[in-house]
Ligand binder design. Structure first.
Ligand code: APR
Length: 255
C-alpha cells in the first residue's frame, strides 16, 4: 500500500513541479485538523444545525431569528480557538517556493493568511468571520469587538452608529458571493495549469464550478480529500487522505 501511495504522491508532486501557476482550492476539510468541524462529514455543522434556519432571509426576517443565529455562532465559529494546521503550512510553503498563484477558499476562518499566504493571494468566496458589518450604513466592526458585546449579554448586536442590524461578513445561503472576488477566482481558475482541491465535498455552487472552469481550460486537477467527490473521475491524481499528511508529503517532495 505504501508503495502505491508513494507513487500517487510522486505523480502529484511531478504535476506541481512542472506547473507554473498552481491554484489551491480549499473547503472546510482543510481546517478540521485545526479543530473546526466541517459541514457534511458525520458530526459536521449541518448534522447539528438546520441550514434552512441559517439563510440570509431568515437572518433579516426577525430579531428572534437573529438572536438564534448569534447563539449558534457563539456555540460554533465564535468559540473555536483554531490555529493553522500542517495543511495550511504546506500550502503556504508552496507560495514560498514561488509555485502558488493563489488560494481560493470557501472557508471563513482566515487560517490560510495566518499560515503565511499573503492576503492578496487568498480569495475568500464565502467571506470571513473576522468582521461584522451594518446592513444599513455598512460600517464594519472587528468580530472580536462583537464577541465582547455578546459576552456582556448583548443578544442581537446592532450598529453603534445607526442602530442598524449587524451581520457577520460571511456569505449566507440566499446571499450572492462577492462579485469581484468570484470574478477574480474564476479568472485564476481559467488561467492556472494545476488546480488542487483540498478538503471540499464540491457540492456548493458557484464555488464548485471553479474546478470545472480549470478543467475546461486545460488545467490538471489534483484532489486531496478524505472522501470521494464527483470530480474524482476527471482528476489526474486523487489522494484520498488527511489534508495535513498529504499536503506535507506532497510539498516535501518538491523541496
Ligand atoms: N482532510 C481531508 N479532507 C477532509 C478532512 C481532512 N482532515 N476533513 C474533512 N474532509 C473532507 C470531507 O470528507 C468532505 O468531503 O472535506 C470535505 C468537507 O466538505 P464540506 O463539509 O461539505 O465543506 P465544504 O466543501 O467546504 O462546504 C462548502 O458549504 O455550508 C456551506 O458555506 C459553507 O463553505 C461551505 C460550503
Amino acid at each position: 500500500m505504501a508503495h502505491e501511495w508513494e507513487k500517487l504522491i510522486e505523480r502529484a508532486a511531478d504535476l506541481v513541479r512542472r506547473g507554473q501557476r498552481v491554484v489551491v482550492f480549499t473547503g472546510a476539510g482543510v481546517s478540521t485538523e485545526s479543530g473546526i468541524p466541517d459541514f457534511r462529514s458525520p458530526g459536521g455543522i449541518w448534522s447539528k444545525y438546520d441550514p434552512e434556519e441559517f439563510t440570509y432571509q431568515r437572518f433579516v426576517s426577525s430579531a428572534e431569528a437573529r438572536k438564534k443565529h448569534w447563539q449558534m455562532l457563539r456555540d460554533t465559529f465564535l468559540s473555536y480557538q483554531a490555529e493553522p494546521n500542517a495543511a495550511h503550512y504546506a500550502i503556504a510553503a508552496l507560495d514560498r517556493m514561488g509555485k502558488l498563484d493563489c488560494v481560493i477558499t470557501q472557508n471563513i476562518d482566515g487560517l490560510h493568511q495566518r499560515a503565511g499566504v499573503p492576503p492578496e493571494k487568498v480569495f475568500e468566496l464565502h467571506g470571513t468571520m473576522d468582521w461584522a458589518y451594518c446592513l444599513a450604513c455598512r460600517q464594519r466592526y472587528p468580530m472580536d469587538e462583537v464577541k465582547g458585546w455578546l459576552a456582556a449579554g448583548v443578544e442581537v448586536p446592532e450598529c453603534g452608529t445607526c442602530g442598524g442590524t449587524l451581520k457577520p461578513a460571511v456569505v449566507y445561503f440566499g446571499e450572492s458571493l462577492p462579485s469581484a472576488v468570484l470574478a477574480e477566482a474564476k479568472e485564476r481558475s481559467q488561467n492556472c495549469d494545476v488546480f488542487i482541491v483540498v478538503g471540499s465535498s464540491l457540492v456548493v455552487y458557484p464555488a464548485a464550478y471553479l474546478p470545472e472552469e480549470a478543467l475546461w481550460s486545460g488545467a490538471k486537477l489534483i484532489i486531496v480529500n478524505l472522501t470521494r467527490t464527483h470530480l474524482d473521475g476527471r482528476a489526474e491524481v486523487v489522494l484520498q487522505g488527511k489534508a495535513g499528511e498529504v499536503m506535507t508529503a506532497l510539498v516535501a517532495r518538491l523541496g
